[in-house]
Design a protein around this ligand. Structure first.
Ligand code: ZN
Length: 277
């Protein structure tokens, strides 16, 4: 199955971290001027701001606030630190509600001081602990599986299969998954697991970028669509076959692109979106 290239930017969302040198006000203005319709807000972009007012400013630019990034980081060997993580996730839920978005993406966390199984157990407990707050606020939680290279300290959930298992175990309409091509493109079970997301009606978000070869930094060398080897359009066809009609969210952490003039980079993003996504 294949999908047609995008013809416009009506389903294009950009994460604020993608254009990190810009503050959120500049990012919103520039995205809107380029015809981009969605924005995902990283919490650091809200530092020192009135969150409600910032949400209004984004909406006044005509942007949909797709999600808040990020909650999670539940596991720790230290019980007090796990409690602090719960508090921080409750705060993220409040921030999402104030901002006016109905979704938080969870980078679930892991601790190298304990087994992955223990970390996963703590992740599930963490999500279940904040679930009532999320429901009350009308904010859904998306479990984002991360590439296994981050299994030591960033996420003990590394495949879409594991994320689907956990979402199904929690069994709440407020909990689903985020599919990020950067983390999942290599998985031979990906098509099947995306189908399973659809069957369970819990595919909440779709993130795109590319995998550069070679990758020179494990965190900050993501590619623009077309820079690398991820079959983005093929994966999008699987995602859309589930009925997903949400945003295609461009999420790129790249010291290389952050060094560029961000207006030039934004032009590259919109061009790459049409040509390669
Ligand atoms: Zn992502």
């Amino acid at each position: 199955m294949s999908v047609a290239p995008h013809k416009d930017f009506s389903r294009l969302c950009i994460h604020t971290i993608t254009t990190r040198p810009w503050n959120i006000e500049t990012a919103a203005r520039r995205y809107a001027a380029a015809g981009v319709k969605g924005i995902t807000v990283w919490r650091d972009a809200l530092d020192g701001r009135d969150i409600k007012k910032t949400g209004k400013l984004l909406r006044d630019e005509g942007l949909d606030i797709v999600s808040l990034c990020r909650g999670g980081f539940f596991p720790d060997v230290d019980k007090n630190k796990r409690k602090l993580a719960i508090d921080d996730n409750r705060k993220a839920i409040e921030e999402a509600a104030a901002l006016g978005t109905s979704l938080i993406v969870l980078v679930c966390g892991a601790s190298p001081a304990q087994s992955l199984e223990d970390s996963r157990k703590q992740i599930q407990e963490g999500i279940e602990t904040v679930l009532a707050d999320a429901s009350a606020a009308g904010v859904r939680l998306a479990i984002e599986p991360l590439h296994p290279m981050y299994a030591d300290a960033r996420s003990a959930i590394n495949t879409l299969g594991q994320a689907n298992d956990m979402a199904q175990a929690i069994n709440s309409p407020m909990v689903g998954v985020a599919v990020d091509v950067y983390h999942l493109w290599w998985d031979p079970a990906l098509e099947q697991e995306i189908k399973r997301c659809g069957q369970n009606d819990h595919l909440f978000a779709f993130h795109i970028c590319d995998w550069k070869s070679p990758t020179t930094d494990m965190l900050l060398d993501r590619g623009l669509m077309g820079d690398g080897c991820i079959p983005i359009r093929k994966i999008r066809s699987w995602v859309e076959a589930t009925g997903f009609n949400g945003f295609n969210e461009v999420e790129i952490f790249s010291t290389q692109y952050w060094e560029e003039d961000q207006s030039v980079f934004l032009d590259k993003i919109t061009k790459a979106y049409i040509e390669h996504a």
